[in-house]
Design a binder for this molecule. Structure first.
Ligand SMILES: [Zn+2]
Length: 104
């Protein structure tokens, strides 16, 4: 498993080799793209209100096919939980991603 890529703040970014869409003709699921990937996992590690807020932020909940979601989880370790100061700053809107470092 590869380490999960992060931005300059230590916030998770989408691995460049993971696509959000698959080819529906070859997908093993009946409804491609309908899954939601919580990038920050496992959920049990996000306990405090600030941590839960980070995990639920739209930036870290990605709509994508489950087949691509599985590829992501199989190829990359869970992203490291950012340190507390980073989480609080992010939740206050003080950290914006660089244009080329968003998840979607
Ligand atoms: Zn698929």
């Amino acid at each position: 498993m590869k380490p999960h890529p992060v931005d300059e703040y230590g916030l998770a970014i989408r691995p460049p080799d993971i696509a959000l869409e698959c080819d529906p003709e070859f997908c093993k699921y009946p409804n491609p793209y309908m899954d939601r990937q919580h990038v920050y996992h496992p959920a049990a590690e996000y306990k405090t209100p600030e941590e839960k807020r980070l995990r639920r932020c739209a930036r870290f909940v990605v709509r994508m096919c489950r087949c691509q979601h599985e590829e992501w989880d199989n190829a990359y370790a869970p992203p490291p939980k950012p340190d507390r100061d980073t989480i609080v700053a992010f939740n206050r809107g003080m950290l914006s991603p660089a244009p080329n470092q968003t998840l979607e």
